[in-house]
Design a protein around this ligand. Sequence first.
Ligand code: NAP
Length: 459
Amino acid sequence: MSEEIIVMNPATGEEVDRVKKESREDIERKIDKAHEMFKQYRKKNAHDRSALLVRWAELIRENKDEIAELITKENGKPLKEAAGEVEYACSYIDYYAEEGKRVYGRTIPQHEDDVRLVVTRQPIGVVAAITPWNFPVAMMARKAAPAVAAGCTFIVKPASETPLSAIRFLDLALEAGFEEGVIQYVTASGKDVGEVFSHSEKIMKLTFTGSTAVGKTLMEGAASTVKNITMELGGHAPLVVNKDADLDMAVEHAVATKFRNSGQTCVCANRFYVHEDVAEAFSQKFADRVKTLKVGNGLDEGVEVGPMINEDGYDKVMRHISDAKDKGGQVTAGGEGSKDAGYFIEPTVITGATDDMLIMNEETFGPVAPIQTFATLDEAIEKANDTEYGLAAYFFTESYRDGIRLQEGLDFGVLGWNNGKPSAAHIPFGGLKESGIGREGGPEGIEPYLETKITSMKI
Ligand code: NAP
């Protein structure tokens, strides 16, 4: 009997479904298929590839409710957020359906009279992807859409917690008319798939979204075949509230960035630095607003914050809360959790945060906002940058001068200035330092799937 991956509902602790755990041979067979199909698919012209992507997005939108419900059942996020994720995923398909038609080469003025120089672009080859559970379809679409728009074949391993929505999403690609072998998935443990993907000579590109620790392992493996890599890794986003910030606006955006997906996004604000002149006012308004958030099963009407994905995630967040309390933090909203049925944690605000707290140093991945005060902007920038991560950072200020100082001083790849949602399909997204290598979204997002050739012709 083949092994299975059991998919659990984190809001109820009940089984949702099972999928086959594929063997090494299964995975290699699919890689072979992708490799064979690449020879054919690379010849399909960009406009025909675009038409397939357009049809795929249409089918996904027609099945949006079903996919959103699957996301909520396996991931826990509220249904409205899940539907938003499906639409967000489609926006990448829409974007790259167009961007694939704009993969331009160029000519270079010759340096000798009888030479002509032509630069051409071509698809890199078979692309392998590994994706996380926090955005089961969107993180995949950000990779699949530019890869197949560029003329690559694509094979993805979704996270074991959330394979169901990913499978439904990818099956629709076949329905849309992509030939078998152009877009495939494998379901098996990350460790097993990672080893096969990173060492395979048939895979030219490895693109990963997930934790920095796993990203480092994959980079080591990919070195064996000098594979082209994209790494979208962990974050530890600071959120700075300057003394002249519009506090009501800052509170609304802070709630959006902190509690989306129950705090389980790579760009969630993880630590708050608030100017001492406005710290009390901001903390009070923020805690009052956080107390209004409705926690529960994402399928229930009006729920705004769902459960943690699993027991490990729950335990880590609770450890961060108790460590902060032990070190003098005051809980001004929430603070309690329960894992009797599902893994729920109240949206939590902790004031009096200090540099030695775990939560100020590690990615929490949960609905907890620690607030520390600062006196000068230089101090805030220094603290914000004092991390190995460099993915997202947020700052709130009405001052053009201070805003520019923050924009230039913060070492992060994605900045939100008075904006808690700085991501979209047409925007390049990615991290500095140990948050990653490469960008997804925007014109930059198709580059990783292309190779450059120069032809020097003697005439
Ligand atoms: P994770 O543990 O790194 O898992 C991500 C994926 O990697 C899953 O599909 C997992 O498979 C697989 N995996 C696990 N161990 C592996 C190994 N040894 N080799 C190859 N693959 C392996 O991360 P996660 O807990 O799912 O996601 C949370 C992390 O992702 C956070 O750090 C977050 O910041 C980051 N993230 C980053 C971005 C970004 O754009 N920068 C976006 C979203 C999330 P299994 O499920 O089978 O274990």
